[in-house]
Structure formats: C-alpha cells, structure tokens
Write a protein that binds this ligand. Structure first.
Ligand code: G1P
Length: 306
C-alpha cells in the first residue's frame, strides 16, 4: 500500500567516480565541477529545497569529503567576509546551506550500482516516501521538476518517476518507460526497462533522474539481482514495486542537461549563464563572436586528410 505521508527527505547518490571527466575529477568529485559559479550538486540540492525538502541525504564514497565541506558552515570564510563588510555574500552562502541537522552523509562502500546506492540510505530515510535526485542531471524550467512531482504526489500518492523524450538512437543509455493511461498531470506506467539494447526500446521516454519513491523499494533492493551492466539497477526494483503499488510517470517539459557528458556539461554552463541577468548580454555576445570566428577544428583536419 502507498503511504500518504509528505515527501520530506531527499537522497543524492554522489559516490560515482566521474571517470569520463578525468583528469578534472582526479582530486575533485564530479559533483563539485562548476556550472557558472556553483557546483553541479548545488543546483540539485537547491531544486530539492525549493520543492520543500527538509532533510538532505548524501550517499558518498571515498574522495568525496569536499561535498560535505561545501554544505557545512565555513567559519573562517564567514569571519573574513564579515570583516570586509561582504553581507550579500554572507547572506547568499547562508541561504544555500542546510540548517544544523538537516544533512546526513553515508557511504556506498563499493560501486555496485544506483540501486545499491539508494539502498545505502535506507536507515536514514526510514518509513516514509522520499525524493531521489541524480546529481548529473540539472534542469531549467518555470516550476522545478521535483516541485511539480511533489504537487502531483499530493494528489496521487504512490511512486512517481519523471521522464522526457530522447533521441531514439540514445535509448540504450537510459532507463526507458512505456506510457499508459493519463492520470491528471501524470500517467500510468506499463513497463520500465534499464538500458534496453538498441532496437528493443518500448518508447523514447527516458527516466531523467528525478523520482519520488515509497520506502518499500528498500526491501526489494535488498535482494535485487544484478541487471544491465552487471549493476544493481534501481529501475529493476521499481518495476517490481509497480506490481504491488501505484506507480506514475510525470512528463517533465523543461530543459535538462546531462552533466555526466562533456557536451551536456558545457551546454549547461552556457544555458545557465544565459539565464543570469547579470551575465546574459555579455555571454551572448561572446558566443556570437566565437560562432563567427572559431572554425570547426575537426572538419579542417578531416578535409586535410581527404
Ligand atoms: C541512471 C538510471 C537511468 C536513468 C539515468 C538518467 O543511469 O539508472 O534509469 O535514465 O540515470 O541519467 P546512469 O546514468 O547512472 O547510467
């Protein structure tokens, strides 16, 4: 049975190694790479806070302590800013920081997959529904993705997963759902499959990294067999949960940037700079200049070879 309790806690799985961004991620966690002037993880935590989340649960790993520092009070920095009269900066830092006792950190000791990372948060979450936000994905929209899902959850209860359309050639990279009948702003889910081999995907609606899940998922994850890529997959556990509990989809209509890929990360930097009133004009003119001046390097070298 679905619980009607409100969604108060959010899980952020931040244990991933970030090998796609080496050497940048040799000493710096990929979640701390900056988009404009704040780390990627800050966007995701802010989205959760805006959606009414009160407790932030980070599933970390080795070499990730800087994430914990980022969300802590920096006493020396605050003292220095105060001495210099930088009240705006102090206020900004304060508004981004979880209040005392609002953040928890636990470690995923081995890289066994997203399902295993979520399972590591079970004791901190306890017996209530929770949000799950994958930190690689950051979004732009009028109402944030998680806020809209929390609103939907107030009406439907149960479990909700957000989806978006992707290029049909990319479906093997994601969790994919098969859409059923509409329910208010959401819809029923007929099927879910993690990283379907090319040509077998039931649709091009991919799971975009925002979830509201009931605590019963933990029991299922406990005895979950490995799935795609030899990892314990959350999607496989969700499919099993959907057999006994309400499970809805929510079609997110904003822009999503996959900061787990270099192209997505660069696009996010440009898009978020263009969203900033203090930067938009200058950034736009820099981009226009670059577009006119910089020749595509690859094409030139191919032409030379040909
Ligand atoms: C994970 C999920 C997948 C989802 C994706 C979104 O995959 O398992 O269902 O579509 O995140 O980014 P990963 O990117 O960890 O391979």
């Amino acid at each position: 049975m679905s619980s009607d309790k409100p969604v108060r806690k959010a899980v952020f799985p931040v244990a991933g190694l970030g090998t796609r961004f080496l050497p940048a991620t040799k000493a710096v966690p990929k979640e701390m790479l900056t988009v404009v002037d704040r780390p990627v993880i800050q966007y995701v935590v802010d989205e959760a806070r805006e959606a009414g989340i009160e407790h932030f649960v980070f599933v970390t790993g080795r070499n990730k302590t800087v994430i914990e520092d980022h969300f802590d009070l920096q006493v020396e920095l605050n003292d220095t800013l105060e001495k210099r009269g930088k009240t705006d900066e102090i206020r900004q830092l304060e508004s981004l920081q979880p209040k005392p006792g609002q953040a928890s950190f636990t470690r995923q000791q081995a890289p066994l997959g997203l399902g295993h990372a979520v399972w590591c948060a079970r004791d901190i979450i306890g017996d209530e529904p929770f949000a799950l936000l994958l930190p690689d994905m950051i979004m732009q929209s009028a109402d944030s993705c998680l806020s809209s899902m929390v609103e939907l959850h107030k009406k439907t209860g149960g479990n909700i997963v957000a989806v978006e359309e992707c290029d049909p050639a990319e479906t093997h990279k994601y969790g994919i759902i098969d859409r059923g009948e509409d329910v208010g702003n959401g819809f029923h889910i007929n099927d879910m499959v993690e990283k379907p081999p090319q040509g077998t995907s039931p649709s091009n609606l991919y799971i975009n990294g925002r979830y509201i899940l009931q605590p019963e998922i933990f029991k299922l994850l406990e005895n979950q067999r490995t799935g795609a890529g030899g990892e314990i997959q959350l999607t496989d556990a969700m499919l099993r949960l959907a057999k006994t509990e309400d499970f809805f989809g929510f079609h997110f209509q904003g822009r999503t940037f996959d900061c787990g890929s270099k192209e997505g990360f660069i696009a996010a930097n440009v898009a978020f700079a263009l969203w900033r009133p203090d930067m938009a004009d200058n950034v736009r003119s820099e981009i226009e200049k670059l577009m006119a001046e910089v020749k595509p390097f690859e094409r030139r070298s191919t032409e030379r070879r040909g």
